[in-house]
Design a binder for this molecule. Structure first.
Ligand code: SF4
Length: 741
């Protein structure tokens, strides 16, 4: 059903986004809170500790939480202002249904009637078209209890194979590469290992804006003498303080990693003993990188030969080191290959599984790590088990009290779900905490697919740009209205504590899902009374899996300030550093440090291939996208927080002065960026910190300001991550944004 475009003005009046400001008790320095709740920031995967101050069931402020070891009181701008999200004027207090006669396109309906309507639609669609005609899209901001419940809801209650999550847009390339090379998908080390590294290598990670607290670890390491190498097409804030900057052409990271490895081999900067005793496949890999001479690497990557040689020498000769990467190398149609290239230079150095010798992938969303371990991925069961593995199916089916054969086979990734809507194979959709109208590439297609659905129900706490297309909107819960666990970027499982009750008719998300199951008269397995009960079942379901949470309890988390998984028993304290001698490993069982039966890590040949869409005469520029420090992902939350919006009210097009001069553009001018899929007209920001062949647009906005109108829906063949970081574009001066926005 089309979104109520003709009623846009009324829609925005009713549902926002409006910008919250500190007023009333939040502004009054004399306000005395009723209570202080130790919990964590609701935004990124760093999961900084924070103490929320509560008065009259409203979060009115915060205090730094110095006792939490990861951030020790530090917060970024988003964390400092997150308290302005609660009691927001846009907060959904009721259920809504589409009603085109209403000026804003919706009308309030009772919660129970909305649930009944959802159940009737699911029953109707599944009776007419089969169980697989209804799909579920979920989010990596959900607690682990909720993520677990969503996977179970799809497989046991709806019996549909079609569930996937928005971590598909985030961590899956890193996860797939980690599993291929190391056998386990988790950051190998706690961030504290950065402090004793001689060299810190940061590839495709704008950590100062996207994972700001990690910046502090890097700077502390630098103060202790570490050399910092940053690889990025832009001189990001962390790059401004690094020792060596490698301005890679977008989409060419694997060429750089192969070139570094070639120099490590040529100069014998290898840990032969480690390679011999703990890995497989080195000879084949070594043969494959012979062609990556410094000259060839320089030609493909756009980095000077001198800088490549310097980076290889520093990396190759270090005694300790830490390599980290994020979306910059992962958001590619060969994102898995890029990550494998990074792992190859770590393994060749032998510097992993020891203090000061680390490797980490930086998660984006709050539960980017835990949200990809317990069954909301299309091919996965809890405990990072495999839905296509008969033993894994039997274990989880026994915990769920259903026959293994009743579990659907693996489904498809989130973007493919939209292609199946296009083909008419999927008719109904339930989404929770996923905003694909902004976050998926080529999002004009996504919009059309939402319009094509027979029935769409969205669960959220604000009426997002995507929920505008819903037939029914159910009011879910904010992070501070529920309890549960989340796994941070380090692999540390932490506890979110409830600070306030859900307002109006809003409900905790796990209650809403169970209400739907009951209205469908399919209550088996959906009778939990609390998140603690859900966790207890998850502990059993994950037991013996790679992501074993069976020894993790709320009490242990509170006592230890988090528990690093795997934690396989009540008396186990967790595993801060993977691959350490003697650490628990249910796959290798004493044969070696890595999570394969022989205990050996796998070197994997990672050949270079160019991005799916290369530049040409018609579209001569590379468009790359990313984040700014004051906004978070689709901006659904941060565009409603006044001070964060003030800091960055609108997207912009960043370009180099050389390119600006060629196009006759000055800082602040309007320009239209176009790709083969769409266009947007924004103001330009002329900066020396970007490659002259590349333009950058932050992607946190919707509608005609959305960068993802332009991006390409090409996906990595293994991880299915979209190629957000490279597509071909062109740019021209515009008189104003009126024609477009
Ligand atoms: S957004 Fe991330 S880095 Fe910033 S305070 Fe929150 S958890 Fe910490």
């Amino acid at each position: 059903m089309p979104a109520p475009e003709s009623t846009s003005e009324h829609f925005f009046q009713s549902f926002g986004p409006h910008a919250s400001k500190a007023t009333g008790a939040r502004l009054d320095p004399g306000s005395v809170p009723d209570r202080a709740v130790n919990t964590h920031c609701c935004f990124c995967g760093q999961q900084c500790g924070i103490t929320l101050l509560v008065k009259d069931e409203t979060v009115i402020g915060f205090e730094p939480r110095y006792d939490f070891p990861f951030n020790q009181g530090k917060l970024c701008p988003k964390g400092v202002k997150r308290y302005l999200q609660g009691a927001h004027q846009d907060r959904l207090l009721h259920a809504y249904e589409r009603y085109l006669e209403s000026p804003d396109g919706f009308r309030v309906t009772s919660y129970n009637e909305a649930i009944q309507r959802v159940a009737e639609a699911i029953n109707r669609i599944q009776a007419e078209h089969g169980p697989q005609a209804f799909a579920v899209l979920t989010g990596a901001s959900l607690t682990i209890e909720k993520a677990y419940l969503m996977g179970k809801f799809a497989r046991v209650c709806l019996k549909t194979p079609y569930i996937d999550y928005n971590g598909r847009l985030c961590m899956v390339s890193a996860g797939a590469a980690n599993k291929k090379a190391l056998g386990i998908d988790r950051a190998a080390n706690p961030m504290s290992d950065v402090l004793s590294a001689e060299v810190v290598w940061i590839s495709g990670a704008n950590i100062a804006e996207c994972a700001p607290i990690t910046t502090d670890y890097v700077w502390q390491a630098r103060e202790r003498g570490a050399r910092v190498i940053v690889v990025d097409p832009r001189i990001t804030p962390i790059a401004r303080t690094c020792d060596l900057f490698l301005p890679v052409k977008p989409g060419r990271d694997i060429a750089l990693f192969n070139g570094i490895l070639q120099l490590m081999i040529e100069n014998d900067w290898l840990d032969h003993e480690f390679i011999r005793d703990h890995t497989t496949g080195f000879e084949q890999l070594a043969a494959s990188v012979q062609e990556w001479t410094p000259a060839h690497t320089a030609e493909v990557t756009g980095i000077t030969e001198k800088a490549i040689r310097q980076a290889a020498e520093w990396w190759g000769t270090a005694k300790t080191s830490f390599l980290m990467h994020a979306r910059g190398i992962e958001h590619h149609s060969h994102g898995v290959q890029n990550c494998l290239g990074a792992i190859n230079i770590v393994l060749a150095s032998g510097r992993i599984g020891r203090e000061g010798c680390g490797y980490a992938t930086i998660t984006g969303q709050a539960n980017g790590q835990g949200g990809r371990e317990h069954g909301q991925k299309c091919d996965q069961l809890p405990g990072a088990r495999d839905l296509s593995n008969p033993e894994h199916r039997a274990h989880v089916a026994a915990v769920w009290g259903v026959p293994p054969e009743s579990l659907p086979e693996p489904g498809v990734d989130a973007y493919e779900i939209f292609r199946k809507i296009d083909k008419g194979e999927i008719k109904g959709l339930l989404s929770i905490c996923f905003n694909p109208v902004i976050s998926l590439p080529d999002n004009n297609f996504v919009r059309r697919m939402l319009e094509k659905l027979d029935f769409y129900v969205a669960i959220d706490f604000f009426l997002s740009e995507t929920a505008r297309y819903a037939n029914v909107v159910l009011p879910g819960s904010l992070q501070e209205e529920d309890e549960g666990i989340i796994t941070s970027t380090e692999g540390r499982v932490i506890k979110i504590n409830p600070a306030v009750k859900s307002p109006g008719e809003a409900r905790q998300d796990w209650r809403i899902i169970q209400d739907i199951a009951h209205a469908l008269e399919r209550p088996h397995g959906f009778t939990f009374e609390s998140p603690r009960e859900i966790l207890n079942e998850l502990r059993a379901a994950s037991k013996g899996g790679i992501a074993d949470y069976s020894g993790i309890t709320y009490e242990k988390i509170e006592k230890q300030m988090g528990v690093f998984w795997p934690c396989p028993s009540d008396d186990h304290t967790g595993t801060p550093r993977l691959f350490e001698k003697g650490s628990w490993n249910p796959i290798a069982k004493g044969n070696g440090p890595f999570y394969f039966p022989d205990g050996r890590a796998h070197f994997v040949v990672a050949p270079y291939s160019p991005p799916t869409e290369v530049t040409d005469a018609e579209y001569p520029l590379i468009l790359t996208t990313g984040r700014v420090v004051s906004h978070f992902l689709s901006g659904e939350q941060t565009r409603r927080i006044g001070p964060l919006l003030d800091q960055c009210p609108d997207p912009y097009i960043e370009l180099h002065p050389e390119l600006a001069a060629r196009l006759g553009l000055a800082d602040g001018d309007w320009a239209t960026a176009e790709s083969r899929r769409g266009s947007t007209t924004l103001r330009v920001k002329v900066v020396r910190s970007i490659r002259p062949d590349t333009i950058f647009i932050p992607y946190h906005w919707g509608g005609r300001k959305s960068a993802n109108q332009l991006t390409i829906a090409a996906q990595d063949p293994i991880s299915k991550i979209p190629e957000y970081k490279v597509c071909a574009a062109r740019l021209r001066k515009a008189e104003s944004d009126h024609a477009h926005n």
